[in-house]
Design a protein around this ligand. Structure first.
Ligand code: CDP
Length: 241
């Protein structure tokens, strides 16, 4: 396909302004067997995350007697994408995304409270449309909070990219394919610490700074959606009692 013009008269192909995100909806604890879980619809991405543990780390050589080890598995369901037919399950990309996601949560989970254990974070992409690592981190964050595992902060993530020389927030698949840069960022909202910053393509240092500002500003909206999802869930439970 020939490269489409991604921005026309200041509007993106789906009608968004450069700094507008897609709609985000989160629900809490859809997976009853998990210690905590969450389901996110972020634009056309549909992702579920489930947390298991803390439980004895197995095999035993993976144990750390000073803290819990976090194990993270991001996968895309074989039916999650229309075009690319990458090997489903663990491919190189899934291994990379699992690793960077694990590192995000190693920075916030109070692992030293649970020596010798493992905490499993599963992220399963059911439908993908660009930005699944950011949506997966945002979802897993809520799942972890729902599991009651203590965290210093509840990270969110979103990507900022560049198309037609304009910075655009939260790219969908078409934008991702034809953009000249993609910079997924995860942030701890309380401290504004950046937990993950990856970059594909080229941005000037001024654009990087401006992109980070856009992400931090968007985080106010994302964090509120995360917290509201948890509040709604516990309010519903309270009403049932
Ligand atoms: O999802 P994210 O943007 O974090 O990761 P990416 O590697 O930049 O991939 C961008 C998008 O390409 C994904 O969200 C999927 O929609 C699509 N993709 C796919 O359909 N099949 C793959 N094997 C890999 C990516």
């Amino acid at each position: 396909m020939e490269k489409p013009t991604l921005i026309i008269n200041g509007k993106r192909l789906d009608g968004r302004d450069p700094s507008t995100m897609r709609e985000i909806k989160i629900s809490v604890n859809p997976i009853k067997n998990a210690a905590g879980s969450a389901y996110i619809e972020w634009g056309n991405n549909k992702i579920v995350s489930a947390i298991y543990g803390p439980r004895e780390a197995l095999p035993r050589h993976t144990q750390d007697l000073n803290k819990a080890v976090i194990k993270c598995r991001y996968t895309m369901a074989p039916f999650s994408s229309l075009e690319e037919h990458g090997r489903p399950g663990m491919n190189r990309r899934a291994i990379e995304i699992s690793k960077v996601t694990r590192e995000v949560f190693e920075n916030v989970v109070l692992t030293d409270l649970f020596p010798g254990t493992e905490i499993n974070i599963f992220i399963e992409v059911l439908q993908s449309d660009g930005g699944t690592r950011a949506a997966g981190i945002t979802c897993a964050s809520v799942a972890l909070a729902a599991s009651g595992i203590p965290m210093r902060d509840m990270p969110f993530a979103v990507s900022v990219g560049k198309a037609e020389d304009t910075l655009i927030l939260d790219m969908d698949k078409i934008e991702d394919n034809y953009s000249t840069a993609d910079m997924p960022i995860a942030v701890n909202p309380r401290t504004k610490e950046i937990n993950l910053l990856q970059m594909d393509g080229e941005l000037t240092s001024e654009e990087i700074h401006r992109g980070i500002e856009m992400v931090i500003k968007a985080g106010e909206i994302i964090s509120k959606i995360q917290k509201d999802a948890l509040l709604d869930h516990y309010q519903e439970i309270e009403e049932r009692i």
